[in-house]
Design a protein around this ligand. Sequence first.
Ligand code: C2O
Ligand code: CU
Ligand code: CU
Length: 507
Amino acid sequence: MVTRRRMIGAALATGGGVLLARTTLRPAASATASVPDAEAAADVAAAHRHSPGADAPDPGPDAGPALVEKFTTALPLPPVLSPVSTDDGADTYAVTMLPSYARILPGHRTPVLTYNGAFPGPVIRARSGRPVIVRQTNLLDDAVSVHLHGARVPTESDGGPMNLLAPGATRTYTYPNDQPHASLWFHDHAHHSESEHVYRGLAGTYLITDATESALPLPTGRYDLPIALRDARFDASGALVYRMDDPLNRTTILANGRPWPKVEVAARRYRLRLLNSSNLRFFSLRLADGGPLTQIGSDGGLLERPHTTDTVDLSPGERADVVIDFSRYRVGTSVVLTNSLPPGPAEHVGQVLRFDVVRSAADPSSVPDRLRTLPALGAAARERTVVLKVEENPGAAPRGLIDGKVYDPARVDAAVAFGTSEIWTVVNANTDIPHNFHLHLVQFRVLARNGLPPGPEEGGLKDTVRLLPGESVRLQARFDSYRGRYPYHCHLLDHSAMGMMAQMEIG
Ligand code: C2O
Ligand code: CU
Ligand code: CU
């Protein structure tokens, strides 16, 4: 454990600080009129003038920690979207991407990029077998692509890196939800700008439920909390500072868009759906008193059986579904959720949020020993190896490579036969930089990590898997849902923006 943590820390410390020259993102003046709050609208242009870009002078260290008193603001829950129509057997939503303001740091309004004005984005609730249609309108001045991470969707609705939605344009994404329950998320995927877009707010939550999940006596309703964790860097005016490959300076930890919030809980069980929506930061989460965390799910829904642990690790893009039973605390007790991974000062990045146990409550919920049955893996038709590497070139921009190549949307890197199952061995060829690996379209199973069986936390369905320096992971997936081209990539978004992405064609 210690070795592993030291490895990530060292890796992030030495892998940071590599800048790529790129243009600044500035929301369009025309989009100003769309900001819902009139007062905010008047100030959008002014505020964006201090939104620093790669060409701006360095704004100095992250001002976030100095502007915040920890554990004073309440954890907000993202708004749940209501459909504009539920006709014809589908739920239809209308979403507008627009620049707005978020109250992140007390006394400051931070310019952000949003889905419907919410930072982070809203929650869409879906049911297996019932399609969701999302009409997305882009009022930003950058092209975007809306990707539903972890979903089984036709390629035209996947939101791939080249399938762009131009400024001012509207398009419809259709999600069949032809898959079991899972805690998914949606985020921007426009090639080369996904990293900055997601950093500035283009990320939301998408929860699919089904009969298997809803039959279980797990905590529900107000006791089921989606929590997106990430880091950020601010300047003294409260604006987000985005620099490519800047992990050392992102020392403000946000939970649902608020720095180090407090979460008032009753002394009973809660289900926490944790998402790491950071560009680069890995979390290793623990309760400060070392108390038990019952992990019940991962990226692709519930595990077969709950797994009790004191630590939950999340690399960028991964999710963990965790039940905490606060009845073991006396009312009046507080317990901090901590993070043991660098980079950054432990007094800041080592703390995430605080649970304050404020009342007692009846608790009809429980965590059964058996949660679901996973589909059988079946025999694999073929095996392949995928090698991830960031190549640092003195005096030049680093390149993100998969199998020695930078992403080329015109190239097919893996031709997969429709209807078959494959085993992929994914290798991190860097000895000092962590990566992870995400496959679009499928939920896979981890067969082995460094030649050994994976831990129980990786025993369920996954779409993103961590690869610490030098590690290898064997995974198996079945490609039997849709044909077409889909990307696979490192989900450290700065790395995919540097080209660490490739493409499979299922046909
Ligand atoms: Cu979450 Cu290809 O992305
Ligand atoms: Cu994805
Ligand atoms: Cu990477």
